[in-house]
Design a protein around this ligand. Sequence first.
Ligand SMILES: Cc1cc2nc3c(=O)[nH]c(=O)nc-3n(C[C@H](O)[C@H](O)[C@H](O)COP(=O)(O)O)c2cc1C
Length: 353
Amino acid sequence: MKRTLFKYLTRLLPAENAHSLHTTLIDFMGSLPFGKWWLHIGLAPRKLNLEREVFGIHFNNPIGVAAGFDSNGELLDELSATGFGFVEIGSVVPRPQPGTSRPRIRRLRNSDSLVDNSGYPSRGLEYVLDKVRRRSDYTRNLVIGCNIGKQTASHAEERVKEYLRVFRNMYQYVDFFVINIACNTASKRFVPRTREEILSLIEPLFEFRRGQPDYRPILLKISPDLNREELNTIIDILIETPLDGIEAVAGSLELLPEEAGAVSGARLTERSIEIVRYISERTEGNYPIIGSGGMMHPEDVCRMLEAGASLVALNTGLRENGLKLLKKSSKLLASRTQNAIDQQKPKSDKKQN
Ligand SMILES: Cc1cc2nc3c(=O)[nH]c(=O)nc-3n(C[C@H](O)[C@H](O)[C@H](O)COP(=O)(O)O)c2cc1C
């Protein structure tokens, strides 16, 4: 991708500062009179017929925002105005946690990639709850997912109780849930990988959901570092339990072992697409997958959907290449879809057109 002005300016600052400035500007823009309208005019894809139904929810666009971009749900109006199909807030944890000390996110030289060692900072459940409770009418068409993560300071035994606490409190305010079982760099020891460990985490959530009048899909967000056996265990859980889907993948701790942190962005693209293709093939395309990991360019987004993802979630691509990635990806996706439809038409139809 050529060096855009956004990219040039972003590279003048360290990665985390650039993201803070970026989100502050988006927030400021949204607070101006007609600011959200300008965001819509400047950045939202035009009517492109990209709507789809996934796990019983209607999405205006299959492209959304991954966890860690708007962790505390502070930009819902603005991201909605920009035209994203969904925003995954979080990881939400019960109590505020500052994350590790700065600098903790850095760019990899000569690669559109980041190494994240932030430990998933969060303002905590009460703060995020307040944001989603008071979401404005502007977000009426925005699908909101809540990503639940592990409180770094808690012991492994407390995790089940804590995931359930966030789930119950957020249940009526969001549309779907993503349970993060990929590790974050600050809590590597607590990654559930066995069937028993994973079930102990999600079964209480299924149980709570059974008693609710409204259904909220539950997905598992997985690490790209799982071996085949571990990945198969998760696919079996998907097939055999009321789990609704998988989000693949989070940042990788093993792709570049010499880096102290989770690698995201371009270095992850091929691995994330390969994992999504494997899950889709093993489940014969019968279960929803959110594809995440290294979606830096419109072509990556199209390849991810072609590999079997139903939705695509962006993070590093938005941080490093800007919000325009949504519009460009939507355009390419719409033209690919149209081409595919045209090719399926009988020759006589094509001539008439
Ligand atoms: C700075 C940063 C913070 C992140 N925070 C979270 C988080 O809080 N919860 C989570 O599940 N994933 C988090 N992620 C992982 C992303 O959501 C995404 O799954 C991963 O980075 C791969 O996608 P990408 O290459 O598009 O960034 C974070 C990633 C980055 C780079």
